[in-house]
Design a protein around this ligand. Structure first.
Ligand code: NYM
Ligand code: MG
Length: 241
């Protein structure tokens, strides 16, 4: 009898568990959302990405964070050494390595999205294009080509921070590109990329208090998860406007 009661209790519990999982995706074959954070250095991308993953998990979603460049892979180590100025690489070459560093993660990303996991990505192809296209003799069109066909983000959060607030957050590090002059050029490129209305860009005022920025990001992300769950995953820049 005791055993029987126990069984009933367990059945009840797993039904609740299944109900919860069903609501948030994977049991019905519903996919997770691909959410990207972009913005200049010191905009708070990494902090907000971490807070977002934690908040989504707390609310019962399956969510994981990733970042580009992913410096731990072999390609990522070449990139890391370039950014730290320990090595020099020809400009097209490093651009293509940044892109390859994304492509090498694509099978894992697709698998996770398919299984219902929402991915929160700290920088993506938009960083790749915004940074390289600031170099002499590079244009946006060429810079986009290597990333055409990557999984298309369901939401791109652009963290916009005014220069005074960014300055108050501390100085730049010593990596390549970490100068005011370069970053200002990068921002202009981001704004050009944001004109592409086939992508779901949202500009976030990241000069506000961390908690307010977080709430804003969390609300937009939950909506994106709901909207994406029964839509096929798109391909980035396949139909170039
Ligand atoms: N960066 C990042 C690029 O130039 N191209 C890319 O494709 C990506 C993903 O690397 N200054 C630049 C932007 C950053 C630097 O990024 C390292 P982080 O988020 O500081 O690790
Ligand atoms: Mg940095």
């Amino acid at each position: 009898m005791a055993q029987c009661a126990g069984t009933i209790k367990n059945v009840g519990r797993s039904a609740i568990h299944l109900g919860r999982r069903y609501r948030h995706g994977d049991m019905a074959g519903l996919r997770g959302a691909l959410i990207v954070l972009e913005g200049a250095d010191r905009a708070g991308k990494s902090t907000q990405a971490r807070l977002l993953v934690e908040a989504l998990k707390e609310r019962g979603y399956r969510a994981e964070g990733l970042r580009f460049p992913e410096r731990t892979t072999e390609i990522g180590q070449l990139i890391g050494s370039y950014l730290e100025k320990k090595s020099d690489l020809e400009d097209h070459t490093i651009h293509l390595l940044f892109s390859a560093n994304r492509w090498e993660q694509v099978p894992t990303m697709k698998e996770k999205l398919r299984s219902g996991i929402t991915l929160v990505v700290d920088r993506y192809a938009f960083s790749g294009v915004a940074f390289t296209s600031c170099k002499e003799n590079f244009d946006l069109h060429w810079c986009k080509q290597a990333d055409v066909g990557l999984p298309k983000p369901d939401l791109i959060l652009f963290l916009k921070v005014n220069p005074e607030v960014a300055a108050a957050r501390g100085g730049f590090g010593n990596e390549r590109y970490e100068t005011n002059y370069f970053q200002e050029k990068v921002l202009k490129r981001y704004f050009e990329l944001m004109e592409d209305k086939s992508l779901n860009w949202k500009v976030i005022d990241a000069s506000e208090k961390m908690e307010n920025v977080h709430k804003n990001i969390k609300d937009l992300s939950e909506k994106a998860i709901q909207d994406a769950k029964d839509q096929p995953l798109g391909k980035l820049w396949e139909e170039d406007p």
